[in-house]
Design a protein around this ligand. Structure first.
Ligand code: HEM
Length: 395
């Protein structure tokens, strides 16, 4: 867990520790499993959302299009379905407002991430009234009121069936009250902050990874051709890609894995704290030491990944290209008890978005564009140059 820094003040699952974290994590896992994580129902919901995205691409008539902007509402609508039980239409005023709120929150978190590591920076920013911190607080507050409204609507509906995370949380609170049980860590405030946490943890990471994948695929036409060939052989053109197709598509999976390694959207993990004295690889770590895992150094370690700066999906394939190699050092979703709660959702999204776009289109950079792969580090590593791409029909 974190020290006294900025993110801790948010009090959501990503930054909690001890019994509160354990209780909330177990609960989230159970709810997501019951809602169909990794199953057909989730797959269908993601496919519906992808349908809207493909319509937008189609409307654009092969003109250069900023996929970063288009992916924002699409990917975050998947979290809306999970937490609120519904998506927002692209023209819905709340969707439009969230599209502005999210990137700005991300931008502001870039600066406040310093305060995540250095608690005194956070305190100083509060004390001297940093304007960025004030704006961040106000945007997070606005975001929270959108979540609060959703909770109110759920309460008024008083549904018996559980369709989403809010339903499940309200039911848990209701049952504990009815049975006069200890409320534990369940409260409205926890519901609001966990919901916000899922949006922040689950929208930017997936969207940024897709940004990178699309840029990389435009930059490597040979790789793109192999993906097209595999899609044509396994899926064809007459039906949409399905999650189960991945089992017959090692090359496409290797491209996604290599993109996750190469771009490493979470280069530095959320700071955690050693709960006890411990020793790792002979190094003594005293209790309460803050530990930040550096995923970037693992994914770009040349003793593990030869020529780490080269984008090469083959590294994850057997010599004959038919099988995927399991490389245990590739851990974009982290490892162990705190590993990403949304891993299965994210993997499904990455595979279905990527294959659905590639099935229909060729991805190119617009003519005359000076392509840059430079990145900037906020809470995620994202391309400085957004993926403005020419998306051309294949047939
Ligand atoms: C490509 C997409 C994603 C990547 C690369 C990613 C990566 C990560 C990483 C590295 C962590 C930190 C784990 C640790 O501290 O050891 C994490 C935690 C978390 N992620 Fe993700 N994530 C992704 C998508 C998602 C999605 C879609 C959700 C939505 C449900 C989500 C929800 C969470 C939550 C709630 C945590 C905190 C878990 C805990 O502290 O117990 N993530 N993620």
């Amino acid at each position: 867990m974190l020290g006294e820094g900025f993110l801790l003040k948010q009090r959501n699952l990503t930054v909690e520790s001890g019994h509160i974290w354990r209780e909330q994590r177990r609960f989230a896992f159970r709810v997501f499993r019951d809602l169909g994580f990794g199953k057909q129902v989730m797959e269908e919901s993601i496919k519906d959302e992808i349908g809207y995205l493909l319509n937008e691409i189609e409307k654009n008539n092969e003109n250069p299009i900023n996929m970063h902007e288009l992916l924002m509402p699409s990917v975050s609508n998947n979290i809306c379905s999970l937490i609120f039980g519904h998506r927002y239409d692209y023209n819905d005023p709340i969707r439009k407002r969230l599209n502005i709120l999210f990137p700005r929150i991300l931008e502001l978190l870039e600066v406040s991430s310093v305060s995540t590591f250095l608690p005194f920076v956070y305190k100083a920013m509060q004390l001297f009234g940093s304007s960025r911190m004030t704006e961040l607080m106000s945007l997070l507050h606005e975001f929270e009121s959108i979540v609060e409204k959703e909770v109110e609507i759920h309460q008024k509906d008083a549904r018996n069936d559980v369709n989403d995370y809010i339903d499940a949380f309200l039911r848990e609170m209701h049952e504990r009250e009815k049975l006069n049980k200890d409320m534990g860590s369940f409260s409205f405030q926890r519901l609001y902050s966990n919901s916000k946490g899922f949006f922040i943890a689950g929208s930017f990471t997936t969207r940024n990874t897709l940004d990178w994948i699309l840029k990389l695929i435009a930059a490597y036409p040979d790789v793109q051709k192999c993906v097209h060939d595999e899609i044509d052989a396994v899926i064809g053109h007459n039906r949409l890609p399905a999650w189960s197709d991945r089992q017959l598509m090692p090359y496409t999976q290797a491209v996604i894995m290599e993109s996750q390694r190469w771009c490493c959207v979470v280069p530095l993990n959320i700071p955690r704290r050693a709960m006890n004295d411990t020793t790792i690889s002979g190094k003594f770590i005293p209790k309460d030491t803050e530990i930040v895992v550096n995923f970037w150094s693992v994914f770009h370690d040349e003793t593990i990944f030869e020529n780490p700066d080269t984008f090469d999906p083959q590294r994850f394939l057997s010599n004959d290209g038919r099988e995927l190699k399991k490389v245990e050092e590739l851990i974009p979703f982290s490892y162990g008890k705190r590993a990403c709660v949304g891993e299965i959702l994210a993997k499904m999204e990455l595979f279905l978005y990527f294959t659905s776009i590639m099935q229909k289109y060729k991805i190119l950079f617009p003519e005359g564009v000076q392509v840059s792969f430079e990145s900037t580090l906020g809470i995620n590593l994202q391309p400085i140059q957004e993926p403005v791409l020419k998306i051309v029909n294949r047939y």
